[in-house]
Ligand binder design. Sequence first.
Ligand SMILES: *[C@@H]1O[C@H](CO)[C@@H](O)[C@H](O)[C@H]1NC(C)=O
Ligand SMILES: *[C@@H]1O[C@H](CO)[C@@H](O)[C@H](O)[C@H]1NC(C)=O
Ligand SMILES: [Zn+2]
Length: 635
Amino acid sequence: MAPLTTPTECRGTMHWYQGNNGHCSHKSLISDVILYFLIYTSVMLQADTHSCGHIVPKPREVVHNVHLGEPAHVVKRRSLDQQLRIHLVYDSGLSNLPQEKETLVKDVLIPTAVSYWERTLQVRRTAHPVKLLRSCQSDYIRFKDGDPYPYCVRNCSEVTKCGPVIVPERYLEACRIARIGSKYKKVGYGGPGVTNADFVLFVSATHEERCTVGSAVAYAAYCQLEGALDRPVAGYVNLCPNDISTEPHNLHQMHATLKHEILHALGFSSGLYAFFRDPHGEPYTQRSPSTGKPDFNSETELYQWSDKVVREVTRYNWRVRGANITRTFSLLVTPRVVEEVRKHFACPTLEGAELENQGTLGTALTHWEKRVFENEAMTGSFTQHPVISRITLALMEDTGWYRANYAYAEELTWGRGLGCDFVKLSCLEWMQTRAASGAPIYPFCDRVRSSPIRTECSPNLDSVAVCNLVEYHTELPSMYQNFRELPFVDPKEVSHYGGLVQLADYCPFVQAFNWQKEDSGERGTKCSVHQNNADPEINFALEHYGDNSMCFLHHTAWSLHHCDTTRDITHWGSGCYMYRCSVVDGLVVIVSGKEYYCHHRGQILEVHSIQNDWLHQGSIVCPSCHDTCEVSLPL
Ligand SMILES: *[C@@H]1O[C@H](CO)[C@@H](O)[C@H](O)[C@H]1NC(C)=O
Ligand SMILES: *[C@@H]1O[C@H](CO)[C@@H](O)[C@H](O)[C@H]1NC(C)=O
Ligand SMILES: [Zn+2]
């Protein structure tokens, strides 16, 4: 392998580059290229695989009328100024987890999620320690003589459970037994309960049947509500042992999952909509005089809410492939939620926030609609970059039980400012009308996922992403056929094409993903994660992952040159690059240490750089400065 020493021996387009030392070596990259495609052949997109496991508890699993020492008229007058205090009770079964998982749950995941909600929410101050009611062998009765405690008709149950957890005695009220039609009352001994707490959260990690359904990582629900205003005062979160991941690249998702699940226990659940109250503490939904509760709808197995909370809205001429249909949506219409969604989407006529229509019990109606709210953390499945937005905090305020600190809301960019057409029309119509007027069809996309993968950038530019439009084996349900035509697709087959995320009504959108290695390892695509850097020998597009990196689109395919060898890189489209914003220079992209200046949106930066004797050639497209420097990151 003698080095070639004279320029004439380097031919073709390569004549002007001979390697660092002026020599051409016969070093070949071909094996590396093959290796690259062998290693990172498949792309892992999170679709509905990680959907939420919350199931609305059955009425017999929920205890009402926990007495916190004061009558409703006193509690109602109180302002919501007590920072939420969550008392944690770890189930003994947690110690059966492998040490690493137990530590992660107890020291990292639960404390982080709990402290987020403690910081973000405030409740009314209470006078009494929280003591939970015992479950009964049969029914509860209450006396009209002002005794605030419910009594068990036959006897108390041997144990009281909150979800899968047996509530320890110290958290329980005395066992109270009374007989119908007699003055018989018997009161046993109870535990001390918990002082300085507003909510008791039982944390367990048992492999329950529900863990095997839909691969839920964790699930949670409330189990006891207090008597004055029905606020949940106890709940549980169960983590599915096999799905607890200690991998660093899954940590963000684990955190988001727990924040999400705990919110179901605190109030975001269709089982509680009928118990929501207005700012004066008055129920939105009428109560039955006999039970003091809203009516129970045995068909939906939910307490029936008033249309002041959730309302059905019909949209006519909902355009899908080959038809204009009529669709009815369930919208959450409480005042603060309405105000926030109107502001977010810039749609002053929006009736409310659309709720998820798909999924099994516990997904439908209990989450924001995925098509409309994509990466909002309270949608029904995990796709990418989950955020708790102002809209979710508004919902927590509209329960009547909380005040929220909006400083802790996270920024939702999906759909922001896109107007009524975006929230009120089908994604087919949105894509059609936008395309017809020459506007981008963002946040949707229509590039069919193919091999080699052509990548894009996630909407907030924090990750390399792909359009999740795929071909299905069968036709999609007609209401979810979102394309009339697609480039390079036989018109007869178009009905098989749709987004990978079913909960988003199969509307396709750009989504961050993980590269899947053949040997089961994964490499993420989030620009800020240093571990996502590829090995230098396969870093063809000279990407850089780490702090101050962001996703940029490529203009052309990258190529590598060494003497008379040229390699065109078939995988391209976007990459993560370091950048900085400066008042003088605007947006500056830094590739392999060299600075490139963006003067206007759409400008093409031609990049050539020599790395390990190879010339890398490619181009990067300047995004709008508004999307990058002014909005997402300060100087
Ligand atoms: C209730 O059950 C307990 C055991 O769980 C028993 O000791 C007690 O006698 C029972 N009380 C009544 C009134 O039946
Ligand atoms: C649906 O409605 C639009 C506008 O009202 C119309 O242009 C289109 O032809 C209709 N499509 C079908 C399939 O009826
Ligand atoms: Zn959920």
